[in-house]
Design a protein around this ligand. Structure first.
Ligand SMILES: Nc1nc2c(ncn2[C@@H]2O[C@H](COP(=O)(O)OP(=O)(O)OP(=O)(O)O)[C@@H](O)[C@H]2O)c(=O)[nH]1
Length: 395
């Protein structure tokens, strides 16, 4: 996708189909991020110790207090291979596998893949300060990845654990001049959010935090948890980066529609950027009418300009000194319906994206949607951006 000659839609579909047809499923990978102290380790510990029936390989930054888990060391460092010194595998009583990484995650995952077949899912826990975006794009639509680990692994989703007690305060601090904005980037890049420690707060505080999260990221599903207690099917196997399960994308989009239904009575607030703009990160939702098939190319061009050149098509590039915020998309997702009866799914993480035609048989399963919707999460998403995209869709 980095090249000028972006693969055509047909090729993309063909690749997706060939993956489907080879009957060699790749292992789903879930990234777990979250605020410092929000409860990531508590969640991981649950996964490693409880009897849930899943065989999960967990990659942790450090073993921390999880090292006391009853386990046997499988692989210790070897003298010939220095990279092996940075990781260790532990096989746990509940069938899970655990490994720690200190520097690059890729080396650990490559090692892990030598044990392919011993697990059905990979969880990658990041540090409390990590921005999941660059990590997610390492595993998605990345040529190097596609040629290597991508044959064995696919990105399933990004889960963010948010502290119900301090989450709001954390986001507000991150919004300040001194803050680096990690917590907001974590929320912006997540597909599922666990609002954890709900036992420690009152309902109104929960709702306020949820509102704030929704304003930054209307795509993510929020679950309220205590000590990371959650049915694992809600965080694993969600296929958030796939264009295949139309039903999932559709339900996400319907969910958003539902959530903002109350806005429709007020014309000024029908689709505007949400009122929160924390560290300039906000979201934009645009309804797409049924468009003509030729508009797909125009849309593709628009997306490329915004994602790669950080400007609207035909708009001059902004200088570094420009007072206007830089246009930066952290996540985009959408569904587009054409008058030829085709449905396309848009998926994007930062500057990587794909627009994929949905197969007829999937539509047969899910039903043809009446209209589409595009959601952008990022910086500089003002009314000008909305109008520009609407113009492209309504040519
Ligand atoms: N009351 C309450 N305490 C919790 C809950 N979840 C986690 N904790 C406690 O919160 C503290 C921090 O939890 P961790 O799981 O270590 O948090 P973390 O996100 O891994 O922390 P870092 O790795 O430092 O970013 C621990 O003392 C947990 O026992 C919860 O739902 N309710």
């Amino acid at each position: 996708m980095e090249e000028e000659d972006v693969p055509t839609l047909i090729q993309t579909t063909a690749v997706a189909e060939s993956i489907l047809d080879t009957n060699a499923p790749t292992v789903p990978l879930t990234i777990i991020c979250g605020f410092l102290g929000a409860g990531k380790s508590t969640l991981v510990k649950r996964i490693l110790t409880e009897r849930h029936g899943y065989r999960i390989a967990v990659i942790m930054n450090e073993f921390g207090d999880t090292a006391d888990i009853e386990a046997k060391t499988i692989n210790v460092s070897s003298a010939e291979d220095p990279s092996a010194q940075s990781e260790e595998f532990l096989e746990l009583a509940n069938g899970c596998l655990c490994c720690s990484i200190k520097d690059t995650g890729i080396a650990a995952i490559e090692k892990l893949m030598q044990r392919k077949g011993a697990f059905d899912h990979i969880l990658l826990e990041t540090t409390g300060l990590a921005d999941p975006g660059p990590i997610a794009s390492m595993f998605w639509q990345n040529e190097e990845f596609a040629m290597g680990l991508g044959r064995d692994i696919h990105l399933d989703g990004v889960v963010c654990v948010v502290d119900a007690v301090f989450g709001r305060q954390q986001m507000e601090e991150d919004h300040s001049e001194e803050g680096k904005g990690e917590s907001v980037r974590q929320i912006a890049g997540a597909d599922v959010i666990l609002l954890n420690k709900i036992d420690l707060v009152v309902r109104s505080q929960l709702e306020e935090t949820e509102d704030m999260i929704h304003s930054i990221n209307p795509i993510a599903t929020i679950y309220r948890t205590i000590r990371g207690e959650i049915d694992l099917k809600n965080i694993m196997g969600i296929d958030a980066y796939s264009s295949r399960p139309l039903t999932q994308v559709q339900s996400d989009l319907l969910h958003i529609h539902h959530h903002h239904d109350h806005d429709h009575s007020d014309p000024d607030h029908t689709h505007g950027p949400t009122h929160y703009e924390i560290r300039g990160i906000s979201s934009l939702q645009i309804d797409c009418p049924v468009i003509s098939a030729s508009h797909i190319d125009k849309l593709d061009e628009w997306i490329r300009s915004v994602l790669w050149e950080h400007r609207l098509p035909r708009e001059p590039a902004k200088s570094e000194q420009s007072p206007e915020p830089k246009l930066e998309i952290l996540r985009c997702k959408g569904m587009i319906v054409t008058d030829s009866g085709d449905t396309f799914v848009l998926q994007g993480v930062r500057n990587l994206y794909e627009i994929t035609k949905v197969e007829d048989r999937e539509i047969a399963d899910a039903g043809i949607p009446d209209e589409g919707k595009i959601i952008l999460i990022g910086k500089g998403l003002d009314e000008k951006v909305r109008r520009s995209l609407e113009d492209v869709l309504r040519l």
